[in-house]
Design a protein around this ligand. Sequence first.
Ligand SMILES: Cc1cc2nc3c(=O)[nH]c(=O)nc-3n(C[C@H](O)[C@H](O)[C@H](O)COP(=O)(O)O)c2cc1C
Length: 206
Amino acid sequence: MSPTRPYVLVLYYSRSGATRTLAEQVAAGVEEVAGVDARLRTVPPVSTTCEAVAPDIPNEGAVYATLEDLRQCDGLALGSPTRFGNMAAPLKYFLDGTSELWLNGALIDKPATAFTSTASLHGGQEATLLTMLIPMLHQGMVYAGVPYSESGLVTTSSGGTPYGTSHVAGERSDRSVDDIERTLARAQGRRLARLAMALRPLREEK
Ligand SMILES: Cc1cc2nc3c(=O)[nH]c(=O)nc-3n(C[C@H](O)[C@H](O)[C@H](O)COP(=O)(O)O)c2cc1C
């Protein structure tokens, strides 16, 4: 169990900023719940040069996540741009380095959720979200999407799915996160934070 104040790790990768905006909204939703913090973290790009080493702190956005950020979290919100209907390689690369957590069952019974951004409306948001949940299920996490009590799921003509929040960024990545997408992302963060607090005693019993 975490020795620090409970927190939800909002872990994302974003190249042109859309997923980062969603991550900030999810984090804002987490912070609305009493007693739990949001910890916003990103991952470095995967380099095509074997010897390239990224600086420890990126030029913009959140700082890079460590294994400890993930080990100690009480919940995880994972965000990625859609890449051919799947998560982006930098995030997958980070997750592929979490075998030690899997071996020790460090993430079992922790709630998790996912969010994504695409260029086009039918560009594979659901496929990406569903494939993002698979590694989390392998880690024994409890997946939570967005329930239909959120009316935006029915009224949206852009992003927003029951599998997780999404955003349609447009062909030139110039479409802003709209009100419905923003509301859904916040609701997703709030729900995850509430579940994180609810599941904490269950994990303490072990
Ligand atoms: C290699 C690559 C593959 C992509 N695949 C898709 C795709 O399958 N469907 C889609 O709608 N957009 C696709 N995109 C566009 C991104 O998902 C979209 O621009 C997203 O909003 C970027 O998020 P970001 O601003 O957080 O980087 C792709 C972009 C790249 C670079």
